[in-house]
Design a protein around this ligand. Structure first.
Ligand SMILES: [Zn+2]
Length: 429
């Protein structure tokens, strides 16, 4: 049995989610949803003059998943679900399709959602790998100082718009030599269970996370599996959800606040601990994110800088790559996910171009730069650039004086491109 829901959006509806209720009769053990719409374009923020509709699902008890615009159809059954959706009992009663007109063209957008009920739960049309056979790189990465771990904080799998499974992502992390991996599929946490099932040796610490994907910008929360509402694109609503996540011990980060990040449109939002100052390749407008972070530091806001590759594709070698950039965190002898989150929270971390460095250790009285001979070390305070000196050797330590409110370090190559970026040390701890 099928039902069809039809409707239309005008440009004034853009970026406003609606819930469309429908009734699930008793005896149903799987629900299949397929949708189409007019003048469809991809979700890339650079594309305009067409429509992009996001979709999700609520059952009578709450959230059952969200797949943005990256799946034309999905199934939710008692025993399995399309990734991004949650398997479980199909209770009868009022369910809702969540539909979000992310982009609406001046011509408007007509959509059709077809919902098919079945008494047969069926079988998943995919098998998910659950084992990692990869081994760490040999002789590639320089050792870090004792107590430091290296990782990537931002990646996507088939649980949202990535091309690979969690086990593939962990294989890539092992092969790259990462010690931790933040797993941040968009707007749902179905990937957490999948990551937890993966077997293998040398697996990185997994930081269970979610990229809360709103129409005015994206933010990561690590260390939580709660539903974080992404629907209301206002500073007040975003602040409230961030603060609730933080109260639940999540670490909260504003992601890629730069043109086409997509950017961050909530300048007044509060409640985040970190900013993803470095997302993907440095030349991809990360100077904009750095400038905003610097503004907040100068205002006395103790926000930590983190990096994330935002890897979506492992099958496309020309695409993004896990560990570019790499975030390094000082955990001491506690090699646990919570120790990584706590190091990031307090800024005991730096970001570098790749898994093998360069490395940049800044303390109150010295700075050590590893593997960046010929580059330039910039020391930056709340007053601006305090000192710029060439890095004379492959492993160089020099003393610094903390005379300003805070001091932070950057290592840049001769063309000005960032190679490594530290967090600040503050004069008043
Ligand atoms: Zn994002």
């Amino acid at each position: 049995m099928s039902i069809v829901l039809r409707g239309a959006f005008a440009i004034a509806d853009e970026r406003r989610y609606s819930l469309i209720p429908f009734t699930v009769p008793s005896g149903v053990r799987s629900i299949h949803v397929a949708y189409t719409y007019s003048h469809r374009i991809a979700s890339d923020p650079r594309l305009r003059d067409g429509n992009t509709l996001d979709i999700g699902l609520f059952d009578p008890n709450g959230f059952r998943g969200w797949s943005g615009s990256h799946k034309d159809a999905f199934t939710v059954a008692e025993t399995w679900a399309t990734p991004a959706y949650v398997a479980g009992p199909i209770v009868d009663g009022t369910w809702s399709i969540l539909i979000g007109p992310y982009k609406v063209s001046p011509r408007g957008c007509e959509y059709e959602v077809r919902i098919t009920f079945s008494a047969d739960p069926g079988l998943p049309p995919f098998t998910e790998p659950d084992r990692v056979y990869a081994s760490p790189p040999r002789g590639l990465a320089l050792a870090a100082e004792a107590g430091w771990l290296r990782g990537d904080l931002h990646c996507h799998t088939r649980y949202s718009d990535g091309d690979s499974w969690p086990a593939d992502m962990l294989s890539s992390a092992v092969a790259r030599g990462l010690d931790f991996l933040g797993v941040t599929d968009h707007n749902q946490t179905g990937h957490h269970a999948a990551y937890a099932q993966v077997q293998g040796s040398h697996l990185p610490l997994v930081l269970p996370g979610v990229e809360v994907t709103t129409y005015g910008g994206h933010w990561n929360a690590w260390g939580t599996d709660k539903f974080l509402d992404f629907r209301e694109p206002t500073s007040a609503a975003v602040s409230q959800v961030m603060q609730a996540a933080a109260a639940n011990r999540a670490l909260v980060s504003v992601n890629h606040p730069k043109p086409f990040g997509p950017p961050w449109e909530y300048p007044d939002a509060a409640g985040f601990h970190c900013i993803e100052v470095w997302n993907g390749g440095w030349p991809e407008q990360n100077e904009v994110s750095l400038a905003w972070w610097d503004t907040l530091l100068r205002a006395g806001r103790r926000i930590a800088a983190v990096g994330g590759s935002d890897t979506h594709r492992l099958k496309d070698l020309a695409g993004d790559r896990l560990g570019r950039p790499t975030t390094w965190a000082h955990v001491g002898s506690d090699r646990s996910a919570s120790a990584v989150l706590s190091a990031l929270h307090t800024g005991r971390a730096f970001v570098s171009r790749d898994v093998d460095g360069p490395q940049l250790y800044l303390s109150r009285d010295r700075v050590r730069v590893v593997d960046a001979p010929g580059a330039h070390l910039h020391l930056v305070t709340d007053q601006g650039l305090a000192r710029s000196v060439p890095v004379p050797s492959a492993d160089w330590t020099t003393s610094v004086a903390l005379e300003a409110e805070y001091l932070r370090a950057e290592v840049r190559d001769n063309s000005g491109e960032m190679l490594a970026l530290s967090n600040p040390v503050w004069r008043v701890m």
